[in-house]
Design a protein around this ligand. Structure first.
Ligand SMILES: [Zn+2]
Ligand SMILES: [Zn+2]
Length: 253
């Protein structure tokens, strides 16, 4: 039986906290700075991620989600100091487009739950962020500075986080190696292309996705951008046009 959390050290002060008992292999990232620590995504909220975080840092923790989907905000309840993008504030205040019953069914379907876990106790985090983020904002950790990139497409307020000094890009659900989801009503395939155009310009050394394998190389950003450009040229970059498979990744429109 796999443990709930798996921790991988990326460098001296950066860690990946993974939940491999979700079928999409969810990853959160902890970036420790001199003064503060940033937790990018807080996971499923089924087991307590704050216990893992405390083992890795004694600095005050700021939480931020790449986007407000249940599998990225589960641990927000442990972090009153959390930030969110302006375009998804309504999803944090009772206006998320799915019902609790639907989400609890997804929790059951997507996870190998701990024995005795009562899914009826599962709630989706709601709250008011300490800071509202916009494209180009910085999150200052003391000696590390993280740039906020608004990258809509998978969701309206999706953000990637760019650490220019280390050339790290944290991509959430915009980029990972498996089927990308751009078919729900709240997705936007055209915005997805624009977001890929934006991040494909960056001199990325390492890509850190929100799901699936951590063995992902920056060249995939160019391949995804080019494939989306091609779909656009063919008039297929819209909802309902199907699933397109590119070998090590796919997109469901
Ligand atoms: Zn998502
Ligand atoms: Zn996700």
């Amino acid at each position: 039986m796999k443990l709930w959390f798996t921790i991988d050290q990326i460098d001296t002060d950066t860690y990946c906290i993974s939940e491999y008992r979700h079928w999409e292999e969810t990853h959160c990232y902890l970036l420790e700075g001199k003064d503060r620590t940033l937790l990018i995504d807080t996971g499923l909220g089924i087991c307590n991620i704050a216990n893992e975080v405390r083992k890795l840092t004694d600095k005050p923790v700021i939480a931020v989600a790449t986007h407000i989907h249940w599998d990225h905000i589960g641990g927000h309840r442990y972090y009153p100091e959390f930030y969110a993008h302006e375009a998804e504030l309504d999803w944090l205040s009772g206006r998320f487009p799915l019902t609790m019953d639907t989400i609890r069914k997804m929790v059951i379907d997507h996870c190998d739950l701990p024995e005795g876990y009562n899914v009826n106790t599962y709630e989706v985090f709601q709250g008011t962020p300490k800071r509202v983020l916009q494209d180009g904002d910085f999150i200052d950790l003391g000696d590390r500075r993280i740039t906020v990139l608004h990258t809509p497409g998978h969701s309206p307020g999706h953000m990637c986080f760019w650490e220019a000094e280390r050339e790290y890009l944290f991509t959430g659900d915009l980029v990972y190696k498996d089927t990308l989801f751009a078919y729900y009503p709240s997705t936007d395939p055209q915005a997805y292309l624009q977001s890929l155009e934006k991040i494909a310009e960056l001199p990325v050394k390492r890509v850190f996705p929100g799901h699936h394998t951590l063995n992902i190389q920056p060249e995939i950003l160019i391949r995804m951008r080019d494939a989306f450009r091609q779909l656009d040229l063919q008039g297929k970059l819209h909802h309902g046009s199907g699933t397109f498979d590119y070998g090590d990744w796919a997109v469901w429109l």
